[in-house]
Write a protein that binds this ligand. Structure first.
Ligand code: NAD
Length: 481
C-alpha cells in the first residue's frame, strides 16, 4: 500500500541489546524504500529509574494512541523498581489480547530438527490466565493465584487463531489446553474452540492436551501448523518452538489488539552480550516484517523475509549461530540483509497472505446469559492449625440449627474430612465446603454472612467463594477424594 504521506509508527528501542537490534531493523525497513516515519519513544528501565511507576511514560502512550503500531525492543524491570513490567503495562493498556509467535526452519540454522521443514505459529492468549497477576498470601505459608479465563477472552483468541490461519493459508489449528484437570478454566478454551471451529470448515481443528502437545512438539513437531492456547501455556510452548528452530535470536512476535499492535522479538534484553554489537537482529527484523504486513506493506514484508533467507543461505552467521566459525556483528548482519533486498531465496518462496481480520473487542460488558441460577453452597477458607477431625467437629457445630450443613473439608485439594486421609501433608489453609440442606433452595447472602460471623468468633477465615449452579450445572469444581 502506498501512503501519500509518511506512515508514522512508534518505535521503542528498549533496554541493553534493544537499541542495537532495533536500529538494525529500522535500517532494513528504511532500505526497502517504504514511506515510514519512526516516532522514537522510551519505556522500560530508564523510565522506572526516573520514577515512572508503570515503566511507560505518558508521551509513549500518546504516541501509540496516535500511531496504533509499535516496533519495540526488549524491556527490563530493574530490581527494586515497581512490581509490574513495562511489557505488561503496554499489553494491558492497549489490550493486545493475542500474541502470534511464528517459527520456521531457516537455512543454515542447524538444529536436531533440520530437514523437517517446521513452520509453526503459536497463538497465545495475552492478557488473562495466571498473568492477571492476582495473587494472595492466604496464610504466611500458603500462596494462591487466580487463573482468570473469560468466555469473551476465549472467543477473541480462538477467532484470531482461525482468522490468522485463513489469512496465512494454513491447514490446521490445534487448541492446546489442560482441560482434563482444569475443567472450568482451561475447559472454557476447549469448549469455545469446539463451538467456533465449524465456522471455519476449510481449517482442520483438533484439541490436544498441553502435556501431550509438548511431547509431540519434541517428537513430531512437523504435525503442527497453528496452535492456540492460554497465556501461560503459550508462554512456555512458544519458547519451546523457538528452541526447535534455532533459538531466541530468530523468533519474532506480534501482540495484536483492536486499538494497537506491538511487534517485538521474543527474546529479552540479553545483558550478557549488550553493548558489544554481537546480538542477532533476525528476530526483530522478522518482527518488523510482521508489522509491515499488518499495516498493508505486504510487498516490503516479503522483501525483508526473502532477504533474511538469502543472507542465511549465503552463509553469513550471527554470533549465536556461528559456533567456532566467523560471526558477523549486528550491523554487518543487518547490512548483509540490506544488500540482499530484492533477491529471491533459493529455498523458500514468498507467502501468500491476506489481511488478518482481527476479532473486535466488545465495548459493552461481556456476559453469558443463564436462565436459572442458584447458590447451592459456599467454600470458606480458614487458617487453622487444628487437625481435620477437630476442625470438622467445630464446623459441624457452627452449622447446628441452620439450613446449612458441612459437606467436606479440604487441604491442598485433598478431602481430609470426613475422609480419613492421614497420608497427606497438611498446611494451615483449610477449605470448608458448606452446602444448603435443601439443594433446590438458594443460599442467601444473609445466611452466608451469618455463617461467616459464627466461624469468625473462634476461627480465622480469609477467603469465601460462592458455589453456584447455572441452568442446573455445577459452576464449581468437584472435590478430589
Ligand atoms: P534473554 O532473552 O535476554 O537472554 C537469554 C539468552 O539468550 C542469553 O544468553 C542471551 O545472550 C541470548 N540472547 C537473547 N537474545 C539474543 C539475540 N538477539 N542474539 C543473540 N543471543 C541472544 O533472557 P533473560 O536473560 O531471561 O532476560 C533478560 C532481561 O530481559 C530480563 O530483565 C527480562 O525481564 C527481560 N525480558 C524482556 C522481554 C521483553 O521485553 N519482551 C522478554 C524476555 C525477557
Amino acid at each position: 500500500m502506498l501512503f501519500d504521506r509518511k506512515r508514522e509508527i512508534t518505535v521503542i528501542p528498549g533496554d541493553r541489546i534493544g537499541p542495537e537490534v532495533v536500529a538494525a531493523a529500522l535500517k532494513v525497513i528504511e532500505a526497502t524504500g517504504i514511506n515510514i516515519e519512526a516516532d522514537v519513544q522510551q519505556a522500560g528501565a530508564s523510565c522506572f529509574e526516573k520514577g515512572i511507576e508503570s515503566g511507560v511514560p505518558r508521551e509513549t502512550i500518546e504516541s501509540i494512541e496516535r500511531t496504533k503500531v509499535v516496533l519495540k525492543g526488549p524491556l527490563e524491570t530493574p530490581i527494586g523498581y515497581g512490581n509490574k513490567s513495562a511489557n505488561v503495562t503496554l499489553r494491558t493498556l492497549f489490550e493486545t489480547f493475542g500474541n502470534l509467535r511464528p517459527v520456521r526452519e531457516l537455512p543454515g540454522v542447524h538444529t536436531p530438527f533440520t530437514g523437517r521443514n517446521l513452520d509453526i505459529v503459536i497463538v497465545r492468549e495475552n492478557v488473562e490466565d495466571l498473568y492477571t497477576g492476582i495473587e494472595y498470601m492466604q496464610t504466611p505459608g500458603v500462596a494462591q493465584a487466580l487463573k482468570v479465563i473469560s468466555r469473551a477472552g476465549c472467543e477473541m483468541i480462538v477467532e484470531l487463531a482461525f482468522e490468522f490461519a485463513v489469512a496465512a493459508r494454513r491447514q490446521r489449528v490445534h487448541c492446546a489446553t489442560k482441560a482434563n484437570i482444569m475443567k472450568l478454566t482451561e475447559g472454557m478454551l476447549q469448549h469455545t474452540f469446539e463451538e467456533i471451529a465449524p465456522r471455519y470448515p476449510q481449517i482442520e481443528a483438533k484439541h490436544i492436551l498441553i502435556d501431550n502437545c509438548a511431547h509431540q512438539l519434541a517428537m513430531r513437531p512437523e504435525q503442527f501448523d497453528v496452535i492456540v492456547t492460554t497465556n501461560m501455556n503459550g508462554d512456555i510452548l512458544s519458547d519451546l518452538t523457538s528452541g526447535l528452530t534455532g533459538g531466541l535470536g530468530f523468533a519474532p512476535s506480534a501482540n495484536i489488539g483492536n486499538d494497537a499492535a506491538i511487534f517485538e522479538a521474543v527474546h529479552g534484553s540479553a545483558p550478557d552480550i549488550a553493548g558489544k554489537n554481537v546480538a542477532n537482529p533476525t528476530a526483530i527484523i522478522l518482527s518488523a516484517a510482521m508489522m509491515l504486513r499488518h499495516i498493508g506493506e505486504g510487498e516490503a514484508a516479503d522483501d525483508i523475509e526473502q532477504a533474511v533467507l538469502v543472507t542465511l543461505e549465503s552463509g553469513i552467521r550471527s554470533g549465536d549461530m556461528a559456533g567456532t566459525g566467523k560471526a558477523s556483528s549486528t550491523t554487518e548482519f543487518a547490512d548483509a540483509i540490506i544488500s540482499n533486498l530484492g533477491k529471491d531465496s533459493a529455498t523458500r518462496g514468498t507467502r501468500d497472505f491476506r489481511a488478518v481480520r482481527i476479532p473486535e473487542s466488545r465495548t459493552e460488558v461481556a456476559t453469558v446469559p443463564v436462565y436459572r441460577r442458584i447458590v447451592t453452597g459456599v467454600d470458606v477458607f480458614i487458617e487453622s492449625t487444628l487437625s481435620p477431625a477437630e476442625l470438622g467437629a467445630a464446623m459441624t457445630e457452627v452449622c447446628e440449627g441452620t439450613s446449612i450443613t458441612l459437606h467436606m473439608i479440604g487441604n491442598r485439594g485433598n478431602v481430609v474430612f470426613p475422609a480419613e486421609n492421614t497420608t497427606v501433608t497438611l498446611v494451615d489453609q483449610y477449605r470448608c465446603r458448606f452446602m444448603k440442606k435443601a439443594r433446590s433452595d438458594t443460599l442467601t447472602n444473609a445466611e452466608i454472612l451469618a455463617l461467616l460471623t459464627r466461624i469468625g468468633e473462634a476461627h480465622t477465615w480469609m477467603h469465601v467463594e460462592k458455589l453456584q449452579q447455572f441452568d442446573g450445572e455445577d459452576a464449581f469444581s468437584r472435590t478430589r477424594k
